[in-house]
Design a protein around this ligand. Structure first.
Ligand code: NAD
Length: 448
């Protein structure tokens, strides 16, 4: 959908007027195109950390130029701030202020990547000082993300205690967050554990994998299908029989298999497993995208509106995951990605049913992480914020305009932005990420 406001304020007159009035000035985000450079500007400033040399080697491999000290009149494509060694509050100051000093030299659609530690491992006996310091790193990142300008983003990778920034498991997430694939992700933490098999390739991250996408006939589901196809996957596309015609169209365009199926059917998971076996022998990737809204204030909620939303958005996924795990059809490193929503994090007026179902998804991926790890895989969720789709096009104009601007990037995301995050979590580049929910919301002011 067209963002007319953004077009006006990006014209030469509009820029001046918006600047003078202090109005939001969304920048057109740099989005992924095959073969493009990883960053707009090749120079990367690496701040702090003792293992920066290993990290520098990785960055050089990615055709980036590494700087350890700020230089005058240099424009950086990214700043990487390594706080993995920070153990006391006093350890934060130098790194934080060094990032601050370099911020004005960050180019358009630049990246700040903060590296920290996760401190919540079961056998971990982290001191209160360490836990507090690393939580402070997260708070620093979230606030800095609100200060980013010109389409730039800031995110945090929390590394497991045994991982250095140069470790292979970290490279996939680092490359994703540096790249244009993460254009609409800002202010988000992601924990990374050591895992295999990890890969970091950018252009065909799911090459040869077999994927199923539910709700594939339109919207975000269709964008996910196209992303996974372009990234090398074979596809099974699921949608309700009523959407059969649209489903076939999308399926034909990617040479995929169309499966007309209501995911609330008791044996939906087994039917998907059967279809995968018949056409491809097995299944590697499951994308639970199908979802519905039936908004009503709770005082006016009826059984049907509550029941259908919980059945489609949550109960079906719990049942399908169980059936798929039991089916024996999953390949050796299965990847499951579910669509949650920022409404499941912050709640939303008129959406008690939808908010409950999407919060349930966040609980489900966290609880099933162990089951999928035992099967050699991962299960994660993506929580979109305001995305330009048919659904948001139907919102009243003023509500839509407010929702669109209430995030650090001051614009709505595109289905492609959600699809990129799903594609990343479905790939072996994200092998070290399990049980987590990644928000794709431009750091929406809604929710933490
Ligand atoms: P959409 O309504 O455009 O598409 C959903 C698809 O799911 C449709 O093709 C529909 O036929 C299918 N579907 C519905 N019930 C089904 C069932 N029982 N069995 C099989 N297929 C079924 O929605 P969208 O905007 O593309 O959203 C996709 C997902 O992203 C949903 O889970 C939604 O909750 C989530 N989401 C969307 C936004 C947004 O801004 N659009 C924001 C947050 C989360």
């Amino acid at each position: 959908m067209k963002d007319s406001y953004a077009q006006i304020v990006n014209s030469s007159v509009g820029k001046k007027v918006a600047g003078a009035l202090g109005l939001p000035q969304p920048v057109e985000l740099r989005r992924y195109a095959p073969g493009q450079d990883l960053l707009n500007d090749r120079k990367v400033l690496v701040v702090g950390g003792q293992s920066a040399d290993g990290l520098a080697e990785t960055l050089l491999d990615w055709n980036l130029e590494v700087r350890r000290h700020p230089e005058s009149r240099t424009r950086y494509g990214a700043i990487i701030a390594d706080f993995t060694d920070a153990a006391t509050p006093a350890d934060l100051q130098n790194g934080a202020l060094a990032v601050g000093a370099a911020l004005r030299s960050l180019g358009t659609c630049g990246r700040v990547i903060v590296l920290g530690r996760s401190t919540d491992h079961e056998d971990d006996e982290s001191s209160p000082e360490l836990v507090a310091t690393q939580k402070a790193v997260e708070g620093f990142m979230r606030s800095l993300a609100h200060e980013m300008r010109k389409g730039s983003t800031c995110n945090l990778l929390k590394l497991a205690p045994e991982l250095g920034p140069e470790h292979e498991s970290v490279q996939g997430p680092l490359k994703f967050l540096l790249s244009a694939r993460s254009a609409y992700i800002s202010g988000q933490p992601l924990s990374v554990d050591p895992a295999k098999p990890h890969t970091v390739e950018a252009d065909a991250p799911v090459d040869g994998k077999v994927a199923v996408v539910t709700g594939a006939a339109r919207g975000i589901g269709e964008a996910i299908v196209r992303r996974l196809h372009d990234d090398g996957a074979e596809l099974i596309l699921v949608d309700v029989p009523a959407a059969g015609e649209a489903l076939s169209k999308v399926a034909n365009s990617v040479n995929g298999v169309a499966l007309q199926l209501d995911i609330t059917q008791k044996d939906a998971g087994s039917k998907i497993a059967e279809t995968a076996r018949k056409h491809f022998g097995h299944l590697d990737i499951v994308i639970h995208n199908a979802g519905i809204t039936r908004d009503k204030m709770l005082a006016n909620m009826d059984e049907n509106k509550w029941g259908s939303v919980l059945a489609v958005n949550l109960a079906s996924q719990l049942a399908m995951n169980r059936q798929l795990l039991d089916s024996g059809a999953l390949g050796p490193n299965p990847r499951v990605v579910s669509l949650a929503s920022t409404s499941g994090i912050a709640g939303n007026r008129g959406q008690t049913n939808y908010g409950a179902s999407k919060a349930g998804i966040i609980g489900m991926v966290s609880a099933m992480a162990v089951d999928f790890a035992q099967a050699g895989g991962t299960v994660n969720a993506v929580a979109p914020g305001f995305i330009e789709t048919e659904m948001t096009k139907a919102m009243p104009t003023v509500t839509r305009e407010v929702a669109r601007r209430l995030n650090s990037l001051q614009q709505g995301g595109k289905p492609e932005d959600v699809a990129q995050a799903v594609g990343f979590l479905a790939s072996n580049a994200a092998a070290g990420i399990n049980g987590q929910t990644l928000r794709v919301c431009g750091q929406s002011m809604v929710g933490a």
